[in-house]
Design a protein. Sequence first.
Length: 95
Amino acid sequence: MKPSGKIDLPGRMRDAPTGRLLAALAAAGIAARFVGGCVRNAVLGLDRDDDIDVAVSVPPDAVMRALEAAGFTVTAGTFQSANGRVTGEMTVTRP
């Protein structure tokens, strides 16, 4: 396989609920990036309806406050949107 230099994001990584999630994090000054299986699927060109995994730049309590303020439900590192289907897991990036 010849590298194309670009990965087309599957639907789940670019849909409106995921956009709201990333926007809520960005509005709180939290850097976020996709990690895990959703990245693997994107690299392989698979558009699976799996959850998304996100690595963030701040401790969990700051993420919980930011997402709850934006209408998300957050429980023990997992998140779900109250206003659109987004589920997944979060981890803090290592320095």
